[in-house]
Each structure stands twice: as C-alpha cells, then as structure tokens.
Ligand binder design. Structure first.
Ligand code: CMP
Length: 139
C-alpha cells in the first residue's frame, strides 16, 4: 500500500551539510518528499516528540541534542514507505548498520545517528500530525 512516514534529518547531519545527500538516498529508493521544512526545535518540543522515551536513560541527552541545531522534517510517501524508509536508514547503531545505508555512511553514534523515521503506521500518523497540517502535505 502507498504509505506516508515522518523523517527527521537530525542536527549532526544538518550541521555537516548532508541534507541533500540524505534526501537523495530516500528519493533513489522510490520515496517522494511530499512535505519538508527546516526548523529549530525547542527542548520542550523535542521532549514532547520523544515522550515515549521519557523513562530511558538517554532521554535528557536525546532531547538536548535534538534541540541543539536545526533539523529538517519531511513526510515521505511511497509503496511501503514506513519499512522502506527504515531500510534506507539502517540500524539505530551505525556500528550495526548495513553497507549503503544512511547510518552506515553518515551516523556518528547511536545518539547522533543522522536520521529518524516513524516505526509504525500509528507513529507515522502521530508524528506527521505533530509537525504538519493537512494543507502542507502535497502529494
Ligand atoms: P530515533 O529513531 O530518533 O528514536 C529514538 C532515538 O533515541 C534513536 O533514534 C537514537 O538516536 C536515540 N538513542 C537510542 N539509544 C540511544 C543511546 N543508547 N544513547 C543515546 N541515544 C540513543
């Protein structure tokens, strides 16, 4: 089925000017950018976005990091977009990521791992609505 998923190009990647190279990998895999913006999250916004990780030891670090520099948030559309996006990203830990994936090529660590992608249809719906209004999604 045609799906939509929420992608974030994280601070470590925007800072190193990797936005275009990362978007090219998604586009080459058949995903289409149907919404896109560059924003600088406040710690409160980053904390709310990652609320499900509140109890994890890395939560404070994650929130501070995501608010440290601008990010690019995008909605990607395509056949099986949620799984495809995760395949192109590679494993959370760059040391475990497969050859050719974004995290293998660009990520610095488990935390500074260059990209985020929704992990299920329910997360995709919540995460897209967190950043975009319906009017901003242009298929
Ligand atoms: P993401 O897909 O954005 O969702 C949650 C994030 O938490 C994850 O990517 C990682 O960047 C981050 N994360 C997971 N494990 C760790 C860890 N051990 N230390 C720091 N950050 C982590």
């Amino acid at each position: 089925a045609i799906e939509r998923t929420l992608s974030i190009i994280k601070p470590d990647a925007t800072k190193r000017n990797l936005t275009g190279k990362i978007v090219a990998k998604f586009e080459d895999a058949g995903l289409r950018v149907v919404a896109s913006k560059r924003i600088h999250l406040t710690p409160a916004q980053a904390g709310e976005f990652y609320a499900e990780h509140k109890e994890r030891g890395f939560y404070g670090e994650l929130v501070a990091y995501m608010a440290s520099e601008p990010v690019v948030v995008q909605v990607l559309e395509g056949e099986g977009a949620i799984a495809k996006n995760r395949e192109v990203m590679g494993a959370t830990d760059p040391a475990a990521a497969a050859e050719g994936t974004i995290r293998k090529e660009f990520a610095l660590s488990k935390g500074e791992n260059s990209v985020h992608g929704s992990d299920s249809p329910a997360s995709a719906a919540r995460e897209i609505a967190f950043f975009f209004s319906g009017l901003e999604l242009v298929g």
